[in-house]
Design a binder for this molecule. Sequence first.
Ligand SMILES: CC(C)(COP(=O)(O)OP(=O)(O)OC[C@H]1O[C@@H](n2cnc3c(N)ncnc32)[C@H](O)[C@@H]1OP(=O)(O)O)[C@@H](O)C(=O)NCCC(=O)NCCS
Length: 195
Amino acid sequence: MAFFRTVSLSDAPPAIDGRDVVLRWPDAGDYPAWSRLRDISRNFLIPWEPAWPADDLTRSAYRRRIKRYAEDQRNDLSYSFFIFRKLDDALVGGLTLANIRRGVAQTGSLGYWMGEPYARQGYMTSAVRAIAPFAFGALGLHRIEAACIPSNAASTRLLEKCGFRREGLARQYLCINGVWHDHLLFARLRDDPAP
Ligand SMILES: CC(C)(COP(=O)(O)OP(=O)(O)OC[C@H]1O[C@@H](n2cnc3c(N)ncnc32)[C@H](O)[C@@H]1OP(=O)(O)O)[C@@H](O)C(=O)NCCC(=O)NCCS
């Protein structure tokens, strides 16, 4: 029965084409661009992300990260992408569809980050809009969830622009930068109109 199926893409998912970005599976060769971008964006990102381990930007931690991404994808748990600007193939950010739950849920949680030099140029809007057909089509999900700290105006606006609806407030939902924060919960359903 289609509703209860478990979907797994045995190899790396295909690149996903957005308006002005392409979403591609991260690989070892992306390390220099990824570490440089995360490093220069550190102060911009850390207030909104889980605490960064001390060795986060090292090559060995990156190798472990890539290995984990591949394992999670093989097991249909999580799908991670890097976002590249079409104009010049620059790595601009990342997006992950994580915590995939099958059975009667058929849902996943969306997370994302944009490198500071590329923020507020519409790239994440393009990326989130492009991931929806993959999530609802290739992965067969029924629902995509997302959560953000209420003071995160950029994330809230992004989700609203991309057709997500606000569903409530979850108390101390995620530990962000070392502190448990209440989060606004958003979701987009397969049958919701595309923005
Ligand atoms: C949230 C984030 C991914 C948005 O990426 P982005 O590429 O800048 O988003 P876009 O350019 O597509 O903008 C989406 C909307 O958000 C608005 N926006 C972006 N940054 C904003 C800010 N600092 N304040 C208010 N609105 C903002 C944009 O203006 C746009 O709305 P509009 O078209 O009505 O003007 C990025 O700001 C980021 O990585 N922030 C730090 C980490 C983070 O918050 N991660 C998510 C945790 S839930």
